[in-house]
Design a protein around this ligand. Sequence first.
Ligand SMILES: NC(=O)C1=CN([C@@H]2O[C@H](COP(=O)(O)OP(=O)(O)OC[C@H]3O[C@@H](n4cnc5c(N)ncnc54)[C@H](OP(=O)(O)O)[C@@H]3O)[C@@H](O)[C@H]2O)C=CC1
Ligand SMILES: O=C1O[C@H](COP(=O)(O)O)[C@@H](O)[C@H](O)[C@H]1O
Length: 589
Amino acid sequence: MASILCPSLTIVTSYASRNEPKLVCKLTAVTGNSHSPLWFSCTRPGNSARNHFLLKSSNGLPLNAVSSNDVGLAGSSTAKEDGKPQPLEGPFPFPDSECTGSNLSITVVGASGDLAKKKIFPALFALFYEDWLPKNFLVFGFARTKMTDEELRNMISKTLTCRIDTRENCQDKMDQFLKRCFYHSGQYNSEDHFSELGSKLREKEGGKLSNRLFYLSIPPNIFVDVVRCASLKASSKDGWTRVIVEKPFGRDSESSSELTKSLKQHLTEDQIFRIDHYLGKELVENLSVLRFSNLVFEPLWSRNYIRNVQIIFSEDFGTEGRGGYFDHYGIIRDIMQNHLLQILALFAMETPVSLAAEDIRNEKVKVLRSMRPLELENVVVGQYKGHSKGGKSHPAYTDDPTVPKGSLTPTFAAAALFIDNARWDGVPFLMKAGKALHTKRAEIRVQFRHVPGNLYKRNFGTDLDKATNELVLRVQPDEAIYLKINNKVPGLGMRLDRSDLNLLFRARYPREIPDAYERLLLDAIEGERRLFIRSDELDAAWALFTPLLKEIENKKIAPELYPYGSRGPVGAHYLAARHNVRWGDLGED
Ligand SMILES: NC(=O)C1=CN([C@@H]2O[C@H](COP(=O)(O)OP(=O)(O)OC[C@H]3O[C@@H](n4cnc5c(N)ncnc54)[C@H](OP(=O)(O)O)[C@@H]3O)[C@@H](O)[C@H]2O)C=CC1
Ligand SMILES: O=C1O[C@H](COP(=O)(O)O)[C@@H](O)[C@H](O)[C@H]1O
């Protein structure tokens, strides 16, 4: 029995959040302005647990409703400056509901590129596969490369995968998905070509109300052209238009604010979704849950109990194939200024007023603005050199033909940062990021202070640091949260040992963890901005790093060379030692 009473009852798009149990759908029926919650069984013919309508977004706003912030382009928006959720006032449009038959069109600009193939199309398919996309959706690829729809489908099909636990209908689902994929070839700065795209979108949308999402998976020098052409010629006339922008968002404060200014000539801030895919990673989402929903952590979350925090990123491969891009940016811009700094801000923020996007982003900005300017003496830079191991030889960074000979661009950096506020005064936040290291890993390590007057002091030997508790959030691979504690070795003597209280996600939750791009695409579709970067966050992040980057470049600081596949430059250890810190990842492979 289908129990969605669509046309006869005006139902606000207040959907059960994707984070809530899916078997119960809470619908809000509206008569005039009053909201009367109703409980519906969401059974549909041939239903499965995943076939439910998703009836409330996680920020409490009507899911997929066209917010007044979204409609139209710059100038026509009535967005409130503080970005607070708008009060719920009827009547509400239902742009993505089955009730209105409205349409969602997603255009991947740069569809022929690496990121599109590797991440975006597979993430869209995964969302479709798991029934997260609205009933009427279209995917368009746009790029200069000449391709037919069929060729695009063929290209995409090579990277689609199904969730392990529900493999049965995989091929069917792929076929259904690919039928919704189309391609248009054009120049990125041609209004005519975007006008053609707009016509094709209209034709496929079949006159339904349309919401349009553009994903800019292209080099940054063409962002503004695309936004101009798309907003003039291919934006939605009756629904929302949103644009996901990939990093890099400039390479310093000036270029970043120039980019923001140019984008805002065509879009309102609420239409711009600046993506940082680390914010979409499962364990980064879990950081706030761990802290704010467990009594045992939040009281310890300050200088009173935390000795230092380490945010570590390493890759066991070099810039293979991306040397040209990378040399213009370097590891500080590529990883630290965005991914690691975003994690730091989430880690260190005060409790937000609510989980609403603006409340969280307000707190993150405060952290970024409280940070002490980064000094060169608190930074170590490195670059990998060629190395042979086990009969295999690995090239140096400067062996990459797309990298200028003699390049000083860092492929490794370590930094000590400080937040000059009451909670974190004096606590070193150490960051380390590097390519071509011995392992691939991203983690957050929290080292706690020594136990005052520790009764077991003499059982630890001379190195009390080794006996302090350490909390580790392993973002990847093998997502885990573990806490290092001290315990007694069983037996008649009193020997102490260190063990892990270990939540290994793969063991506890056998289901595959969604890719970060799935979460972020879905959020953009839902209009949930919590995991996207607001322009003032971006300004604060650049304000912190720009003077340091300029100093490194002006002074032509030579990076310390480290062998491909090693643990990076020793300078990183001296830096940590100067702040009485020992890198927590040293003892682990
Ligand atoms: N690849 C990755 O893992 C990651 C990428 N990013 C960011 O995502 C965006 C896309 O990345 P990626 O897919 O690797 O980029 P690509 O270099 O693969 O470029 C994407 C597409 O843009 C077009 N293009 C490339 N260079 C130019 C140019 N100079 N002028 C005009 N068009 C060009 C090409 O399409 P065509 O020739 O058909 O028009 C290409 O297929 C970039 O901003 C990147 O920084 C961010 C994180 C990770
Ligand atoms: O943004 C980037 O991220 C990737 C690493 O992403 P991950 O999800 O695979 O950890 C990095 O390789 C790339 O240089 C950088 O631009």
